[in-house]
Write a protein that binds this ligand. Structure first.
Ligand SMILES: C[S@@+](CC[C@H](N)C(=O)[O-])C[C@H]1O[C@@H](n2cnc3c(N)ncnc32)[C@H](O)[C@@H]1O
Length: 310
């Protein structure tokens, strides 16, 4: 569970900025996680299929890179969809999925323990942007720690947050440890635009669900009919930006706070940064990771980096 106090503080702080904003980690209540799973199956949303296909195609090489008997820590594991492919090939000694969404995590842990009876699973509900206590294993000798971070969730972090996350992961795996990280690559803006503006409107519902959650959990009075999903590729900053546009002049109340909106004013809800292979290699190097392997799907849309902590 997200503590209600920090949720309230983050929302009030975000809506008080000149460019109103809400942190994307709050998308993932039970309904948000369900909608995200639907997004992953949309015809326009290529990242999930691209990452699954490159993982299947290079599974043996990925398994050689990681080695057997590792401690596999996955941040933002959600439905652990791609992990199902990896677990059989990697045979890790322990799997530690970490996610802010309790419902997604519990469902995934249940399914995985049925499918991989031999696997030790230690699910942790938590926020990876804060210091976290992960399980400590006694018999660690000879075990490599590996952080898995698929789904281009790194793209949802600002550059500063991404740097901090990579540095935290580097400290966690220690010298000789490794990281497997999925990164969405720069590409034709039309493909990107379609992926975040699907014809069925599921991404729009996912975006608006954030306001529904703020209403339900914090008692705000957002009128969902007066906000609309808006996503576009900001080429200068190399990122998809997702916003909620106010369709009218309106005020929203949250406790004793009042937030005024002009028609056309937006709440910035998410970035999805796209990297080139060279850009991401350089970012990882800043945190002390060497990109020993870069696997890509056949169409060069998505990359999985095999990073080594030297
Ligand atoms: C873009 S989805 C990716 C899900 C999955 N890894 C995949 O590849 O399809 C982001 C996932 O990270 C989780 N998440 C987002 N922000 C988080 C945070 N600050 N701490 C922990 N989990 C977070 C969400 O609940 C969601 O499951």
């Amino acid at each position: 569970m997200v503590p209600a106090d920090s949720f309230r503080e983050d929302v009030i702080e975000g809506l008080s900025q000149p460019q109103k904003a809400l942190p994307p980690k709050y998308f993932y209540d039970a309904e948000g996680s369900r909608l995200f799973d639907r997004i992953c199956r949309l015809p326009e949303y290529y990242p999930t299929r691209a990452e699954l296909s490159l993982t299947r195609a290079h599974l043996a090489d990925i398994a050689r890179f990681v080695g057997r008997n590792s401690e596999l820590i996955e941040y933002g594991s959600g439905a652990s969809l791609k992990t199902r492919l990896l677990l059989g090939a990697l045979r890790p000694a322990a799997y530690v999925p970490v996610d802010i969404s309790q419902t997604a995590l519990a469902g995934a842990a249940r399914r995985l323990s049925r499918e991989f009876g031999w696997l030790h699973i230690f699910a942790v509900v938590g926020d990876f942007s804060q210091p976290l206590r992960l399980p400590v294993f006694r018999q660690r000798a000879g075990r490599r720690r590996v952080v898995y971070f698929p789904g281009s969730t790194i793209g949802n972090l600002t550059l500063q947050e991404a740097r901090a996350f990579l540095a935290m992961s580097r400290a966690q795996v220690g010298a000789g440890g490794a990281m497997l990280i999925g990164v969405d690559l720069k590409k034709d803006a039309n493909l990107l635009h379609a992926a975040y503006n699907d014809a069925r409107g599921v991404t729009g519902r996912f975006n608006l669900n954030l306001l529904r959650r703020v209403n339900r959990e914090l008692g705000a009075d957002f009128d969902l009919r007066r906000f609309r999903h808006y996503a576009f590729y900001n080429a200068g900053l190399g990122r998809i930006e997702m916003h909620l546009v106010s369709l009218a002049r309106q005020s929203v109340r949250l406790g004793r706070h009042r937030f005024d909106f002009d028609p056309g004013e937006t709440i910035h809800t998410e970035n999805s940064c796209k990297y080139s292979v060279a850009e991401f290699r350089a970012l990882a190097a800043e945190a002390g990771f060497r990109a020993a392997k870069v696997w890509q799907d056949a169409r060069g849309r998505f990359a999985l980096f095999g990073l080594v902590a030297d």
